[in-house]
Design a protein around this ligand. Structure first.
Ligand SMILES: [Zn+2]
Length: 209
C-alpha cells in the first residue's frame, strides 16, 4: 500500500516541495514554537505547540484527509520531539501524575464520512511515544456542527454550546487534545461539563495565539 501511495502521491514537504517528508527539517526550524499559556483560569496550562499560519495551516488540512495515516504518524513524531525538547517538565508531570489524554471527539456523522478522527489518531501516536494513556471513549459529540470553513465568523461559540456529553468515568487529571486551538470555544464547551475538580491541561498541535 505504502509503495503505491508514494508512487501516486510522492511525499513532498508542504513548505518547500522538497521530496521525502511532509515537512523537511529546514521548514520545521522555521515554524514558530509557542510557550505555555495560562490564559484560562480553569486550566492548569495550555500548550499550543506551533503558531497556526502558513505551513501549519496546510498541515492541519492534510491530516484531516490522511487516509493512509503516515502523515499523522510523521506529524505526531514531530510533536513528540517538540514536547520532549521544549516542555520536559510538563511531560514529566503528566507522566508522574498519570494524566489521561482525551482527544476532542468528532460527531459520528463526520467521523463516518472521514473514516477517522485526526485528533484521536494524533493523540495515539503521542500517547504511545510519551507513555501517556489515551482514552477516546469518555466523551461524545452529540451535536453536529458545520465545519469551520462553512461557518460565518463569530458564529462558532454558540454552535458548540452544549455539543458534548460525558459517557465514561472522567479521570481526575486529563489533557484535552485537539489539532488546533483558534477561539478555544470547542474545548471550553467540553471543559464546562467536566466535574469541577478535574485538573485540565490542553494540548494542541497549533494555536492561533
Ligand atoms: Zn521544506
Amino acid at each position: 500500500m505504502g509503495i503505491i501511495i508514494d508512487w501516486v502521491f510522492p511525499k513532498k514537504c508542504l513548505g518547500c516541495d522538497v521530496n521525502g517528508n511532509y515537512l523537511c527539517s529546514k521548514c520545521q526550524k522555521e515554524i514558530k514554537s509557542l510557550g505555555v499559556s495560562y490564559d484560562d483560569k480553569r486550566l492548569e496550562g495550555r500548550i499550543g505547540l506551533f503558531k497556526y499560519d502558513g505551513i501549519t495551516r496546510e498541515i492541519i488540512r492534510m491530516i484531516k484527509f490522511d487516509f493512509v495515516g503516515d502523515a499523522i504518524k510523521e506529524i505526531g513524531n514531530w510533536m513528540v520531539a517538540a514536547l520532549k525538547k521544549d516542555y520536559p517538565n510538563v511531560v514529566a508531570t503528566w507522566r508522574k501524575e498519570k494524566y489521561v489524554m482525551i482527544p476532542v471527539p468528532l460527531h459520528w456523522r463526520r467521523e463516518n464520512w472521514r473514516g477517522f478522527n485526526q485528533s484521536a489518531e494524533l493523540a495515539k501516536v503521542i500517547g504511545d511515544k510519551l507513555k501517556i494513556e489515551v482514552n477516546k471513549d469518555l466523551m461524545i459529540r452529540k451535536k453536529y456542527t458545520k465545519s469551520q470553513a462553512l461557518r460565518q465568523r463569530g458564529q462558532k461559540s454558540s454552535n458548540v454550546e452544549g455539543a458534548f456529553k460525558i459517557i465514561g468515568k472522567i479521570p481526575k487529571k486529563i489533557i484535552i487534545f485537539d489539532d488546533v486551538w483558534t477561539s478555544g470555544a470547542t474545548i471550553k464547551s467540553m471543559i464546562k461539563i467536566l466535574p469541577e475538580k478535574t485538573k485540565v491541561w490542553v494540548l494542541t498541535l497549533c494555536s492561533g495565539r
